[in-house]
Design a protein around this ligand. Structure first.
Ligand SMILES: Cc1cc2nc3c(=O)[nH]c(=O)nc-3n(C[C@H](O)[C@H](O)[C@H](O)COP(=O)(O)OP(=O)(O)OC[C@H]3O[C@@H](n4cnc5c(N)ncnc54)[C@H](O)[C@@H]3O)c2cc1C
Length: 417
C-alpha cells in the first residue's frame, strides 16, 4: 500500500496531467476539493506539441456549430482565467490577442476562404475579408504572392507549454503523483480510485479520466470513443532576435494547410500534419519538408530562421471532433477527454465545467451537449444523462449512488457506451 492509499480517499483523482487534467485540478482545488493528479510525465502529451491557437472563428467548420459555441465560450473565459493564473503563480503564459489572418494562394484556396467567410457571416462571427495589400499591411512579412485573406481579430493564441507550467505551479505540492495509472479501481459497480504501476492504489471519491489520446484504453473504465490523431509540428526562431510575425497566420497553399503561430519574442510554431495511423506516427522527412515548404512560401523570412524542434504528438480525436465531458456509465467516473485539435482553447471551459460537476453533481448547461451519451443510442443511458429542467446534465452524487444506481450494481448492467 502506498502512503496515498493509507491516508484515505481524496475527493478527486485525476488520471492524466496534461492541460485538461491540470486545469481541472486547479479549478477543483479552488472550489475546496482535495485532488490528486496522477501522471508519470505531466504535460508531455499533446499539450507539449500544441500550436496554442485559441481560434474558434478560424477553425469553424460547417456541421460543428456546437463545438464552435463551446470554443467561443472558452475563449470568452480565457483572459480572466489567464489573469487569475498569472496572478497566482507569477508566470507569464504568453496570451496573444493580435488575431489571426487566414490567407490563400490560388482561386480554389480563395473559394474555400470565401465559403468559410460566408459561414462566419451567417453565424455573425467577427471576421473581415481583406485584400492582399491589407493583409500585408497587418503582417508585412507575408509574401506578395497572396491572393486574399480573412482576418479573425478575436482569435487569440497562448503559449501552451507556459500555460501548463503555470497550472502545475498553481497546484499544491502534494497534488501531483508521478506514477502511471494502470486501471480504474471498481468496487460494487462504482469507481473508487485508480491502481498505479507500482501496484498501489489511490482512492478517490470521484475519478476523472483526462488521459488525452490514451483515454480509450484504461482497464476498468467504460470504452471511450477516443483515438490518437498524429500531428507533426515544428518550432523555429529568428537569428536576429526580431519577431517573425505578430499574429497567427493560417494558410491554404494551393489546397494544403499550414499554420504559423508566433511565440515568445522571436519564436514560431509551424504546424501541423494530421495523421490517422494510430500510435504509429513519427516525425518524417516528408512531413517536415511539406510543412517547411509551405510555411516559407507564406512567410519567406522563415527560411533564414533556426529550426529548433521537430516533434510528433497525438490529438485525442473523437467521432465528431468534440470533447467528451461529464459522467460516464460507470458511477464515480467522469470523462474529460477527446479535445482533439482544440484542447488548449477548451481548457478554461472544461476546467470550470468539470469542477462544477465535481462540486455540485451538476454538469453546467455549457457542457451538457458533450457527454458520452451522444454516442450511445440506448434509452437506459439517456435516463442517466437527460438534461434536467435547468438544462444542466446531472450525474448522481456519490452519496446518492450508494443508495441508488451505484451500490451493489455490477458494472455489466451499466449502460454500455
Ligand atoms: C500537433 C498538435 C497541434 C495542436 N494545436 C492546437 C492548437 O493550436 N490549439 C488547441 O486548442 N489545441 C491544439 N492541439 C490539441 C491539444 O494539444 C489537445 O487537445 C490537448 O493538449 C489535450 O490535452 P489533454 O490534457 O487532454 O491531453 P494530453 O496533453 O495528451 O495529456 C494527457 C496526459 O496523460 C498522461 N498519461 C497518458 N497515459 C497515462 C497513464 N496510463 N497514467 C497516467 N498518465 C497518463 C500523459 O503523460 C499526458 O501528460 C494540438 C495538438 C497537436 C498534437
Amino acid at each position: 500500500m502506498s502512503g496515498q492509499a493509507e491516508s484515505g480517499p481524496v475527493d478527486v483523482v485525476i488520471a492524466g496531467g496534461g492541460l485538461i487534467g491540470a486545469g481541472i485540478a486547479w479549478r477543483a482545488i479552488h472550489r475546496g476539493l482535495t485532488v490528486r493528479v496522477v501522471d508519470p510525465d505531466p504535460g508531455s502529451g499533446a499539450s507539449y506539441a500544441a500550436g496554442g491557437m485559441l481560434a474558434p472563428v478560424s477553425e469553424a467548420s460547417y456541421g460543428e456549430d456546437r463545438l464552435l459555441r463551446l470554443g467561443q465560450e472558452s475563449l470568452r473565459r480565457y483572459p480572466a482565467f489567464v489573469a487569475e493564473l498569472e496572478a497566482a503563480t507569477g508566470h507569464d503564459v504568453g496570451l496573444r490577442t493580435t488575431g489571426t489572418l487566414m490567407v490563400g494562394f490560388d482561386a480554389d484556396d480563395m473559394r474555400a476562404l470565401d465559403d468559410l467567410h460566408r459561414y462566419h457571416r451567417e453565424l455573425g462571427l467577427p471576421a473581415q475579408r481583406l485584400t492582399p495589400g491589407e493583409a500585408r499591411r497587418l503582417e508585412p512579412g507575408l509574401t506578395p504572392r497572396l491572393r486574399g485573406a480573412v482576418h479573425a481579430a478575436s482569435d487569440y493564441s497562448v503559449d501552451g507549454r507556459a500555460l501548463h507550467a503555470a497550472l502545475l505551479a498553481a497546484l499544491p505540492e502534494q497534488t501531483l503523483v508521478r506514477e502511471r495509472v494502470t486501471a480504474v479501481a471498481v468496487q460494487n459497480g462504482r469507481a473508487v480510485g485508480v491502481t498505479l504501476a507500482d501496484g498501489s492504489m489511490l482512492h478517490g471519491r470521484t475519478v476523472v479520466v483526462a488521459l488525452g489520446a490514451a483515454s480509450a484504453d484504461l482497464p476498468g473504465a467504460p470504452a471511450l470513443p477516443v483515438r490518437p490523431v498524429g500531428g507533426q509540428i515544428l518550432r523555429a526562431r529568428s537569428l536576429d532576435g526580431e519577431p517573425l510575425a505578430e499574429r497567427t497566420v493560417r494558410a491554404l497553399v494551393r489546397g494544403r494547410h499550414v499554420y504559423l503561430v508566433p511565440i515568445g519574442a522571436n519564436g514560431m510554431i509551424i504546424g501541423a500534419t494530421s495523421e490517422e495511423k494510430g500510435w504509429h506516427s513519427r516525425v518524417t522527412v516528408g512531413g517536415v519538408f511539406e510543412l517547411l515548404r509551405d510555411a516559407t512560401e507564406v512567410l519567406p523570412a522563415l527560411a533564414e530562421a533556426e529550426l529548433t524542434e521537430t516533434l510528433v504528438r497525438f490529438r485525442p480525436g473523437t467521432p465528431d471532433n468534440a470533447p467528451i465531458l461529464g459522467p460516464t456509465p460507470l458511477p464515480g467516473l467522469v470523462a474529460a477527454t477527446g479535445h482533439h485539435r482544440n484542447g488548449v482553447l477548451l481548457t478554461p471551459v472544461t476546467a470550470d465545467a468539470i469542477a462544477e460537476l465535481l462540486v455540485t453533481g451538476e454538469l453546467p448547461a455549457v457542457a451538457a451537449e458533450f457527454t458520452i451519451a451522444r454516442f450511445t443510442a440506448q434509452e437506459s443511458s439517456a435516463a442517466r444523462f437527460t438534461a434536467q429542467e435547468s438544462s444542466a446534465a446531472r450525474f448522481t452524487a456519490p452519496e446518492e449512488q450508494d443508495s441508488a444506481a451505484g451500490a451493489g450494481r455490477p458494472a455489466s448492467q451499466m449502460p454500455a457506451v
